[in-house]
Design a protein around this ligand. Structure first.
Ligand SMILES: [Zn+2]
Length: 120
């Protein structure tokens, strides 16, 4: 496992994950599509919010099962909890330091969020 550091654009929200990022996921649901984020899932024990808890805002919609956390200063979505498994986090890989190196070696998987499995 490697430690990756991530942050929002203004640097107020900072987090770390322990992971081996071998893939990133692209979801085509209504919100992921507009944000253009790349996902990587991590369990709670591999996620640490190191700075900026007080600056996080929560956005929820639809079934309110998923949590979309963003910095209330710069607006960047840093991580969330997905509807498929709200017990874990999914971080925005684009917020990680060394983003270019990470995606270069990662496989891209797609998730059909438009026709979400929980809606079928
Ligand atoms: Zn920020």
């Amino acid at each position: 496992m490697q430690t990756y550091r991530g942050s929002c654009h203004c640097g107020t929200v900072v987090f770390e994950i322990e992971a081996e990022i071998d893939h990133v996921s692209v979801c085509d649901c209504s919100i992921c599509c507009k944000k253009g984020i790349l996902h990587f899932p991590v369990q709670d024990e591999h996620f640490t919010l190191t700075e900026g808890r007080e600056s996080l805002s929560l956005y929820q919609f639809g079934t309110h099962e998923a949590s979309h956390w963003f910095c209330n200063c710069c607006g960047i979505h840093t991580f969330g909890r997905p509807r498929m498994d709200p017990s874990r986090y999914t971080v925005n890989v684009r917020c990680l330091d060394d983003f270019d190196d990470i995606v270069e070696g990662a496989l891209e998987k797609s998730f059909n969020g438009k026709q979400h499995p929980l809606d079928q």
